[in-house]
Ligand binder design. Structure first.
Ligand SMILES: Cc1cc2nc3c(=O)[nH]c(=O)nc-3n(C[C@H](O)[C@H](O)[C@H](O)COP(=O)(O)OP(=O)(O)OC[C@H]3O[C@@H](n4cnc5c(N)ncnc54)[C@H](O)[C@@H]3O)c2cc1C
Length: 416
């Protein structure tokens, strides 16, 4: 089944009876060449790229719930490549380029919208830092523009310029950044992988690893033992728990991050805006709701719900930036479990166990990385060599002191 404008019209005229399931529901086989643990964005993108780019066969994705039930379906949908450090920026720009071509490639509408992201500047020191970041982005082939106060005012005249506690002095703009429909991304990769013969197995929790003589032989699951030549783990917020089953302790803490949606309002934010004097970011959905978020909850948790003090803190950030938001009613809030690494950057690497590979540490920025993470993890699994843009995401960098401390906050996940 291919999606097209003609198909939509035909289905509308014939009672929508021709739409089939997006993917099969296969029974697990006794063994596979590749088993990917976790049916989130990264696991599905990995399976898709393994089959599509690296021609791999006999691939299964094992998901303990339903596809897209984790962070891929819970995030605030921002995609961007506005990073500073050489270990990060080329990777995220690679991801941005994959976003730009993704829907045509897997023939699914993921609503990728390059509506731009504006990071607001509130101090002279921040302008210096953002100028440096903008230059680093350009070195890696990304786009960036430094705006002055009047250019920002022309874009968003209703921001609080006049009497603000943190006056707006300009902004760093990336026009190619934007948003994408998060669960549409999961469904698109799932459908694309299924069409290439990948078995997507839902309600199948990995409960253990069978390891002999330092080599992984397969995984124990709630649906029985499944053998595998190679196992790739991409379980985001559950990374610590799952890898503990292989006897590994990770440099990762799990924290909750909340997202918020207001009642529907007339369109007034056509891009993504981030507040530079606090932690608050906002965009507006196609249905009119303001989609916003801020800091992680300050304690470790595996619960997919957050606490009230963070709601208050995020609302304060919003009020400081755009007082008009105070009249909007909050409609929904939810939480997802973040795999916070100790330097705020991800891990895509082999482990000390032969045949076992790890994709983790995405903190709260892994949605934008989904295409590149899937591509790079697939390359590592297929060839045992890292993708050039992901070569710094080594698991042993914490022991070797080669951290990628993008925010300069040190090993404090609550500050990244
Ligand atoms: C509120 C919120 C806002 C965010 N905003 C953004 C944003 O704007 N931009 C951005 O770039 N990033 C954002 N993120 C981060 C981003 O969503 C994550 O980094 C990314 O989705 C993680 O990768 P994933 O999609 O593979 O994770 P997930 O979707 O969580 O996938 C992991 C999967 O593994 C499964 N699993 C766990 N244990 C097992 C097991 N034992 N066996 C089998 N399966 C298992 C889980 O059920 C889950 O489906 C946000 C996250 C949240 C929660």
């Amino acid at each position: 089944m291919r999606f097209s404008g003609f198909r939509v019209i035909k289905e509308a005229l014939t009672g929508y009876k021709g739409w089939g399931s997006l993917w099969r529901t296969p029974e697990p086989q006794a063994s596979y060449d590749y088993v990917i643990v976790g049916g989130g964005g990264h696991g599905l993108a990995t399976a898709y790229h393994l089959a599509k780019v690296f021609g791999a066969k006999r691939i299964a994705v094992l998901e303990k719930g339903w596809l897209g039930s984790g962070n891929i379906g819970r995030n605030t949908t921002i995609i961007r490549s506005n990073y500073l450090l050489p270990g990060n920026e080329p990777f995220y720009e690679f991801s941005m380029k994959l976003w730009e071509n993704m829907e045509q490639e897997f023939n699914f509408n993921a609503m990728v919208s390059q509506r731009g992201i504006l990071n607001l500047i509130h101090t002279d020191a921040q302008r210096d830092a953002y100028r440096r970041r903008g230059n680093a982005m350009r070195f890696a082939g990304a786009d960036s523009e430094l705006l002055d106060r009047e250019q920002v005012r022309a874009m968003y005249p209703w921001l609080n310029f006049e009497n603000a506690r943190f006056p707006i002095k300009g902004g760093l703009l990336q026009r190619r950044a934007g948003t994408a429909r998060h669960d549409g991304v999961a469904w698109g990769y799932a459908r694309g992988a299924d069409l290439l013969g990948v078995d997507l197995i839902q309600n199948c929790e990995v409960t253990g690893f069978r390891i002999e003589n330092g080599r992984v032989l397969g995984v124990e699951t709630t649906r029985g033992y499944i053998g595998a030549k190679k196992v790739g783990v991409a379980v985001a917020g559950s990374s610590g728990r799952v890898m503990a089953k292989a006897g590994m302790r990770l440099p990762i803490e799990s924290h909750v991050l909340q997202a918020f949606v207001s009642e529907g309002l007339k369109p007034f934010i056509d891009g993504v805006i981030t507040f530079g004097a606090g932690h608050f970011y906002v965009s507006q959905s196609d249905k009119g709701g303001l989609v916003f978020g801020g800091d992680i909850d300050g304690y470790n948790s595996y619960a997919q719900r957050g606490n009230l003090p963070v709601i208050e803190d995020v609302a304060e950030g919003g009020m400081a930036l755009m007082p008009a938001i105070g009249r909007a009613r909050l409609l929904r809030a939810w939480g997802g479990i973040m795999d916070m690494s100790m330097d705020g950057s991800p891990i895509i690497d082999r482990t000390g166990i032969e045949g076992l590979y790890l994709n983790a540490g995405w903190c709260y920025g892994g949605f934008k990385a989904t295409p590149a993470s899937g591509y790079a993890f697939a390359q590592l699994l297929a060839t045992d060599a890292p993708h050039p843009t992901a070569a710094a995401y080594r698991l042993d960098r914490f022991a070797r002191g080669l951290v990628i401390d993008e925010k300069g906050m040190g090993a404090q996940p609550n500050l990244h």
